[in-house]
Design a protein around this ligand. Structure first.
Ligand SMILES: Cc1cc2nc3c(=O)[nH]c(=O)nc-3n(C[C@H](O)[C@H](O)[C@H](O)COP(=O)(O)OP(=O)(O)OC[C@H]3O[C@@H](n4cnc5c(N)ncnc54)[C@H](O)[C@@H]3O)c2cc1C
Length: 501
């Protein structure tokens, strides 16, 4: 029998590929399998959020994504003939090197991740399906079926289910998936549109619902999404149907042509009752599914993966205790829950047929949306949430403030901002980063860089005022922060979470 693996990743969608990229960066032993023979060619999720771009910059993926995608800097809201131009991420995202929404088809995002893995000699094993997974003697015995029908038994220390909404890993682990389905049917088409201003995302708000056009780029210029008109009989998905919806719901005389993909789909809002059970972990759609309102689904999955990857890597190499793995659910389940709640609210306001909401869409939105969206404070709050830059783990057991909290600056559990510019790049190498701030002579007996912790002197140009020290985790969140030069609390933190450094 072959030697056991550290990690088996089941599913090579964006979540599984992102996890593989991170495990590769740490040299962890793993395999990644996917039952489909080829990557999905349809675009599905069309947008990447600023926080995902920040987190993928470490493994060197972001530059390729940005090269291939297009950035949308504004949203055009069409409110009953009235046009409102809303700048996207112009406020609330100024501490990020990527203050924009990157439009790139999901198939391209997956292609970039797959290419990066191939450069590291990692092969995604396609046509390989997980049939069963059974924990036995501290290992999980997994039965895989290959494309030729042959079966293989593999033992792994940990199995991560990145295998989508109908997750086999979730079922094998006996983890529930609770929630509900929405009654509406949605229509999606990637196609060309004549008469639509390029370089912006367009939302047409009508009494009956919302109609979207997103600037996709490839394989077609536009992604159109609309709700099937309530009460209308179901009909075949054709270009004629999309043209009729555009004619009914817009006043711009748009001409639709050359569709490359048309489909209809139903939406669900469900979450896993646990993100971890023993040696099993769930990430991405296997752990949470919800409406695409706000473009959060794929992004949340990739960020699940990048929260879990370094933890598995550190535990597998004996540098961190098993307890570190418990923080995955503690940190990511609230994020998944929040995304489900947020997208549910946006979805309900945009689509529900209740007379009050129809009235709001028809009469109140055209009058009050311009006022609300002009308020920078409100826009900043909205963008901070949608961009996922506002995610924090302040309540995590792995977030700790020292005996003296810094007077200002990011707190333990917050994301490290890119302030001063370039700080995120400086701290992007795999491992922890200890940041020391204040005059150099305060740090004459500073700890030396070693093992999994790199030390950086920031001087006065730092997110924290005065003399302070902060430990940044491998995923770019502050694990420990304290004022002054007394490192006793820091050593206690490292002894707990990184004893094998
Ligand atoms: C029509 C549509 C439109 C969407 N629009 C948006 C959007 O606008 N914005 C957004 O953010 N998200 C959107 N999404 C959601 C987004 O596509 C998903 O959130 C994303 O694909 C989740 O990635 P994942 O890697 O977790 O799962 P998936 O992409 O579902 O990948 C799971 C993989 O696991 C494999 N697998 C399953 N079972 C097994 C098994 N037993 N053994 C081996 N392999 C297995 C599958 O073959 C698959 O490749 C949309 C989805 C759809 C369907």
């Amino acid at each position: 029998m072959t030697a056991p693996l550290d990690v088996l990743i089941v599913g090579a969608g964006p979540t599984g590929l992102a996890l593989a990229t991170q495990l590769r960066a740490y040299g962890t032993g793993f395999r990644i399998v996917d039952r489909s023979l080829d990557r999905a060619r349809e675009s599905r999720a069309p947008a990447i959020q600023p926080r995902t771009l920040e987190m993928l910059a470490g493994p060197g993926v972001t530059a390729d994504l940005v090269d291939r995608g297009s950035t949308a800097v504004r949203l055009q809201l069409h409110l009953r003939g009235r046009l409102l131009r809303v700048p996207v991420f112009d406020v609330g995202c100024d501490d990020s090197p990527y203050p924009f929404l990157l439009f790139l088809p999901q198939s391209e995002t997956e292609a970039v991740l797959t290419e990066r893995l191939a450069e590291g000699d990692v092969r995604v094993e396609r046509g390989t399906e997980l049939l069963s997974a059974e924990p036995r003697d501290a290992l999980v015995t997994c039965r895989l079926r290959h494309g030729d029908g042959g079966e293989e038994s593999v033992r792994a220390r940990y199995v991560v289910g990145c295998d989508g909404a109908h997750s086999t890993v979730r079922a094998q682990a006996g983890i529930g998936f609770q929630g509900y389905s929405y009654p509406q049917t949605f229509l999606l088409a990637d196609l060309e549109v004549d008469g639509l201003e390029p370089g912006a995302a367009h939302t047409f708000m009508t009494a009956d619902g919302l109609l979207f056009f997103f600037p996709l780029g490839t394989p077609a210029t536009w992604r159109m999404i609309a709700m099937h008109p309530p009460g209308a009989p179901a009909e075949k998905v054709t270009l004629t149907l999309f043209q009729r919806l555009a004619d009914n719901w817009t006043t711009d005389g748009l001409t639709l042509r050359d569709p490359v993909w048309m489909t209809s789909f139903r939406l669900h809002n469900r979450g896993a009752t646990h993100y971890r059970k023993g040696p099993f972990f769930l990430a991405g759609d296997a752990a949470h599914i919800h409406s695409p309102a706000g473009g959060q689904g794929m992004n949340t999955g990739i960020q699940d993966a990048l929260n879990l990857g370094w933890k598995l890597a550190h535990v597998c190499r004996g540098a961190a205790p098993e307890e570190l793995l418990e923080t995955y659910e503690a940190e990511r389940a609230p994020v998944g829950h929040g995304v489900r709640r947020l997208t549910d609210r946006a979805f309900t306001v945009g689509t529900n047929n209740h007379p009050a909401l129809r009235l709001a869409r028809n009469h109140l939105a055209p009058r009050f949306a311009p006022l609300l969206l002009r308020a920078p404070g409100l826009r900043a709050r909205l963008f901070r949430t949608v961009s996922e830059l506002g995610i924090h783990y302040r309540r995590s057991p792995a977030s700790r403030t020292g005996p003296h909290r810094p007077a200002a600056g990011p707190r333990a559990g917050d994301r490290l901002p890119d302030q001063p510019a370039g700080l995120q790049r400086r701290t992007s190498a795999p491992g922890y980063h200890l940041l020391l701030t204040g005059p150099a002579h305060h740090w004459t007996r500073a700890p030396l860089t070693h093992g999994l912790v790199s030390v950086h002197h920031l001087g006065a140009d730092s997110p924290w005022p005065g003399t302070a020290h902060a430990l940044v985790r491998p995923d770019g969140y502050v694990g420990y922060a304290a004022r002054g030069t007394d490192l006793t609390g820091l050593w206690a933190y490292l002894d707990r979470w990184l004893p094998g450094r």
